[in-house]
Design a protein around this ligand. Structure first.
Ligand code: XMP
Length: 506
């Protein structure tokens, strides 16, 4: 495997995803928690950082356990750190080195540069630059304004690059990473979804033996893939619980439950709608709604799990971004993202936790789902928030409001599917606004509800842009909603991006 030492760059996870896309397994470690060298570590990548190596408080690491023993690639801060620590000079750049640049000259014979074209676009993002390299370091690539775009240490498999190969703006960045992994580290590129599936099933068999495991299904990709992996390992000893919280999409509970049963899962559907509606009664504040839903879910799930005799494990669909610590450049004492879990379930239930997807990114989860032959209808679903329609009904929740929103949402989502737009959209839904507006239907004046439609494009939900859906589509969907859903006389389309807006309205 490859290890990536994180110095706090926003791009660290992206490096890991690219390495995985090249079918090489890698893991991220905070710079202050770098693992000792073991034979399975084939190479080390040092990430970028928001800090400057010139800053006294900058992240420090003793690289002697790797240097000269295993190939090492420093990216941006990582490169500057290598240069400065060995007697080179790093200074603030005189000209801005952000954005696109061209590799105007490089050593074509160098293994790191194999297959890279002349004037290849690379993405720069740094305020510092390497002014002078240490004695035994050599330049291997330059741009018109950055002489040391890439360097190597003579007689050592140590390299530095001042641009970011992991971002797509560096058009041949993936080739460069591949060169490092394959030509230099001798990685076999054999880490594929089906290898992951076989290894995970064997591991889960060993870990779980004849124990019983309980898992909460949500209809989403992560919990479904986690369930199928464990199902392949232990069959009927996996007890799945799918709770209808009364906040799901129209007919979703029935349809998803049917597909889970079709997949052979041992799943119990629990109708807890009224319990959730009671807990939500009169609550308008978004965070209070989330808390009430989380608490009720734990109560319902706990009760159902207790009904299974001798259950020992709680399985969760936790994925890699949920558990990698977001590195604070100030070191381990500063705040670290808390370990993600379903609202404190494991603590409450006193069960051991099994998280078979905890090393995967979302795209990896989908690929594993595909290797497990899970229906595309489940794998291709838009993300849907845990609190469901409750955070898309602004104000308090009543079963009547839920029913109106379910109708609107269903017309919108179905039309996206019918017109072939669903897969282009990252996430879509409707929001019931707490206002009424005047309208006219036939000869009658109406005073009814307003709904907002939201559809966004995104890669990971961290940033998002509103989708430029065709006017004809918007016109048809608006007509359909107003004609078919009683109580709604106005439809608006949300054209805000994230940031500064968020995807959900609450
Ligand atoms: P925002 O609204 O923060 O949403 O831009 C980003 C992504 O997170 C989802 N989301 C949630 N998911 N519980 C969840 O499980 C929540 O409380 C929650 N709030 C937002 C949202 O649907 C989007 O995919």
């Amino acid at each position: 495997q490859i290890i990536i030492l994180d110095f706090g760059s926003q791009y660290t996870q992206l490096i890991a995803r690219r390495v995985r896309e090249l079918n090489v397994y890698c893991e991220i470690f905070p710079f202050y928690d770098a693992p000792d060298l073991t034979p399975d570590i084939k190479g080390v990548i040092l990430s970028g950082s928001p800090c400057s190596v010139r800053d006294e408080e900058c992240p420090q690491i003793d690289l002697s356990k790797y240097r000269g023993k295993v190939p090492l690639l420093g990216v941006c801060y990582g490169a500057q750190y290598l240069a400065q620590k060995n007697g080179g000079e790093v200074a603030p750049s005189e000209i801005r080195e952000y954005g696109r640049a061209k590799l105007s000259s490089f050593n074509e014979q160098h293994p790191l540069m194999k297959g890279i074209s002349h004037n290849s676009h690379v993405w720069m993002s740094h305020g510092d630059t390497i002014k002078k390299l240490p004695e035994n370091f050599e330049v291997i690539a330059s741009t018109p304004s950055v002489e040391v775009a890439a360097f190597t240490v003579t007689d050592e498999y140590t390299y530095g690059i001042q641009f970011h190969p992991e971002v797509t703006h560096s058009t041949e960045g993936k080739q460069l990473l591949k060169n490092f992994l394959v030509e230099i580290c001798n990685c076999a590129q054999d880490w594929t979804p089906s290898v992951f599936v076989d290894a995970s099933i064997a591991e889960l068999k060993e870990q779980l033996g004849n124990d019983k495991v309980v898992l909460g299904l949500s209809g989403g990709v992560d919990s479904s893939v986690a369930a199928m992996l464990i199902h392949h390992a232990i069959g009927k000893n996996l007890y799945c619980i799918f709770v209808d919280n009364g906040l799901l999409r129209k007919n979703e509970f029935e349809e998803v439950l049917a597909s889970y049963k079709h997949m052979g899962l041992n799943v119990k559907g629990v109708d807890a709608k009224n319990q959730f509606y009671t807990a939500l009664k009169g609550i308008s504040d978004p965070e209070a709604k989330r808390k009430a839903i989380g608490k009720t879910f734990i109560e319902v799930f706990d009760q159902e799990a207790k009904a299974i005799k001798d259950v020992k494990w709680l399985a969760q669909g936790t994925i890699y971004p949920d558990i990698i610590e977001s590195v604070s450049v100030k070191g381990p004492s500063a705040t670290i993202k808390s370990h993600h879990n379903v609202g404190g379930l494991p603590e409450k239930m006193n069960l051991k936790v099994v998280e078979p997807l905890k090393t995967l990114f979302k795209d990896g989860v989908r690929l594993v789902g595909k290797a497990l032959e899970i229906d595309q209808k489940i794998l291709g679903r838009h993300p849907f928030p845990g609190p469901g329609l409750a955070i898309r009904i602004l104000g308090d929740i009543t079963p009547e409001k839920v029913a109106i929103l379910q109708e609107v949402d269903s017309i919108f989502i179905n039309m996206l599917k019918e017109r072939g737009l669903y897969d282009d959209v990252w996430q879509a839904g409707a929001i019931l606004l707490p206002i009424q507006s005047v309208g006219v239907m036939g000869d009658e004046r109406t005073y009814e509800r307003v709904v907002a439609l939201r559809a966004v494009g995104s890669v990971d939900g961290m940033t998002a842009d509103w989708m430029h859906l065709p006017y004809d589509f918007l016109s048809d969907v608006s007509n359909d909603i107003i004609n078919k859903v009683k109580g709604v006389n106005r439809v608006v389309y949300d054209i805000s991006s994230k940031p500064p807006a968020t995807i959900e309205w609450e």
